[in-house]
Ligand binder design. Sequence first.
Ligand SMILES: NC(=O)c1ccc[n+]([C@@H]2O[C@H](COP(=O)([O-])OP(=O)(O)OC[C@H]3O[C@@H](n4cnc5c(N)ncnc54)[C@H](O)[C@@H]3O)[C@@H](O)[C@H]2O)c1
Length: 383
Amino acid sequence: MGRVRLGVIGCGLASDILYGPAFEYMQKGELTAVMDTNAKRAKVLQERHGVKRVYTDLEGILEDRNVDAVMVLTPPQHHLAPVIAAAKAGKHIFCEKPMASTLEKADQMIRACEASGVKLMTVFMKRFNWSFQRVKELIKEGRLGEVFEVRARWDNVKVSGPSGDAFRMTVESGGGMIQEDGSHPFDVCRWWLGDVSEVTAHAMIVAPEHHPTEDVGCVVLRHESGAMSTLHVTGLTHATGEESYEVFGTRGTLEMRWLSHSTSTLEPALMTLYENSRTATDLTLDAPWHPSQRIREDWQYLRALEHFCECIIDDKEPQPNSADGRAIVEIVNAAYLSVMRGATVKLPLKESVDAKPLFSKLHQASPWSLEGRMWDSRYSRRR
Ligand SMILES: NC(=O)c1ccc[n+]([C@@H]2O[C@H](COP(=O)([O-])OP(=O)(O)OC[C@H]3O[C@@H](n4cnc5c(N)ncnc54)[C@H](O)[C@@H]3O)[C@@H](O)[C@H]2O)c1
């Protein structure tokens, strides 16, 4: 097999800002078709990458014999239908996070892909970021000793005027900051520390006039190893919007932080390893200064996409796989259930939770208000 011929379903922000550079530098795949229910967005992406085939209906792109695999880049509540239809059409699937809002939908997707024998990669691109990979290696090598705790912090402004990201923070999409943003750090913590056995969470809505779902959350994960991860996630900060992780082991403590978000930068994380209560070693990775070289070698979305194409070419299981995607759906659902019950929730979950009553309770109970003020968001792109 030559290069994998890729079709994009959902030509919004992710296809443009995140995967746009990847389409330019991809070696193992090529963009051959685009589809969006919004014809204008599909056309913009088509023209930007000089793609011949453009569709506004799912059947069109799935019947296209020049498409081997599809990238599902639609809002989370619109992942299920294209994934099931693509599997039936025999196309391999690269599906953005969160895979689904419920375990039942995730299971339907997995079953459809297994029945058709197509690959399903749920995308957590941080696993393709050199800095995150370096931490994974340090843990594996035992440099930190026994790792007993990770503290993750995720601040990402999500209050703005009308934008193209209308699905974010809506009930229909499945949730707010815990689902949409928390999915990433949950995957990082699970990838580093292993499967999760218990979830405890708190959540609130500080800007009820702007959105109906949680904008602030605190989630504690207990891993099967006995280790603990905590995530503080907020959509409301006047600071830069920081992402950071502290990894505590019996032999070393690692601090890892970006000045903004790893999502939008080619810069490596600032990393310091503290050992023996006295030495501090700078483990920040080197980065070549050449911009296009940086994109080719370091851009996590390109590396994720190349891995997916390589798995199709070499008939290998993509990592992260569908079980990894499902595990995060389970954690998110357990977090909402924990907030509803005010108690720790043990995994595995038998079924998903209907979080709608929770969101409306949080909304009604909110003592906060921004009084009409806006926060600018890096997602606020007008079309
Ligand atoms: N990994 C990351 O860093 C990252 C960052 C941003 C978004 N995402 C994920 O990517 C996905 C898309 O996010 P986005 O920010 O690009 O959203 P977006 O709203 O900017 O774009 C979504 C596009 O999908 C189209 N669409 C909606 N329903 C459709 C359907 N049924 N069929 C075809 N097209 C449809 C919309 O018209 C829109 O153009 C989400 O799952 C999101 O969580 C991931």
